[in-house]
Design a protein around this ligand. Structure first.
Ligand code: KMH
Ligand code: ZN
Length: 283
């Protein structure tokens, strides 16, 4: 299957991330109730996928298997969003534990195609880890989203697809993450260079701009036929002097801009078809 021109927009919301502290950002959704409420609001606003990091009782990032499973089930029980679990976790999570995320049976999982400097830290994704995670995602029928933070990651994805074949479901969806200090910059030129180098197996791509790069990247992605990821994982400022109060504000703005550009938000059903997501029953 090849990439066809997008007439609608897949909007992914990344509501929490692993980097911001609840003490600094009290409006960050960190409890299960807050996550479910966020998911419901964001679906209503036009999101069709949620990229999920979870927190423990003290609002610290965790990869606890029971909490992950409970979060997947709760969001599945309240929305039709595609539930994508982060396998990136926080920069402090061990690789072995990051592989256990798939035990929670998400619809999708992130799969970052290389190591990157991440501010003052290192986000580790060695080749053998990528391959192992990819093989497990195929075995468990989970659709990966390839997260590419740098041009080198685009090349690593090419190698992964050439050596290991297509993902479960036969589609290859990418998110180009720009503007991380240490990765490719959040500029139209960098984004378009990465898009130009995507392997032909890639059937759809979205883009993320961290911090103040989120709007130029959003506009560039829409203009170039890409999809969008927004949310408080990536950006905490709605406009100058105006913090983001809720994730759905970002989804609503993205949906409005996409609609103005004649690329209205996809329904969850359309997004499931685009990524060929396996139907799993809500419990
Ligand atoms: N929190 C970052 C270290 C992912 O979710 O897969 C990694 C990250 C990517 O957010
Ligand atoms: Zn993430």
């Amino acid at each position: 299957m090849s990439r066809s021109a997008a007439t609608t927009t897949l909007i992914t919301v990344a509501p929490t991330g692993a980097e911001s502290a609840k003490a600094d950002v009290p409006q960050l959704p960190t409890t299960l109730d807050e996550l479910v409420e966020t998911a419901v609001r964001c679906e209503r606003a036009g999101a069709s996928m949620i990229h999920l990091h979870i927190r423990d009782g003290e609002h610290r990032p965790t990869l606890d298997g029971g909490l992950l499973r409970a979060s997947v089930e709760a969001i599945r029980g309240s929305t039709d969003l595609i539930v994508q679990l982060s396998t990136g976790g926080s920069v402090h999570d061990p690789l072995e534990q990051r592989l256990t995320v798939l035990d929670a049976e998400p619809d999708s999982c992130s799969l970052t195609c290389g190591t990157t400097n991440f501010g003052d830290e290192v986000f580790l994704n060695p080749w053998p880890f990528m391959v192992e995670l990819y093989r497990q995602s195929i075995e468990r029928e989970v659709v990966p989203e390839f997260e590419l933070f740098d041009l080198g990651h685009v090349h690593a994805l090419r190698r992964l697809l050439a050596e290991e074949g297509l993902p479960f479901g036969g589609r290859a969806h990418v998110d180009l993450v720009t503007g991380v200090p240490g990765g490719m910059p959040g500029t139209p030129a960098a984004l378009l260079a990465a898009v130009a180098l995507l392997p032909e197996e890639v059937t759809s791509w979205s883009a993320t701009g961290i911090g103040r790069t989120h709007l130029p990247i959003l506009a560039t992605a829409l203009g170039a036929g890409g999809h969008l990821r927004v949310g408080m994982e990536d950006n905490l400022v709605f406009a100058k002097g105006q913090p983001v109060r809720r994730n759905d504000e970002l989804v609503t703005r993205a949906a409005d801009i996409a609609t103005t550009l004649q690329r209205p938000p996809m329904t969850t059903t359309e997004a499931r078809e685009l990524l060929n997501i396996k139907r799993r029953n809500a419990s």
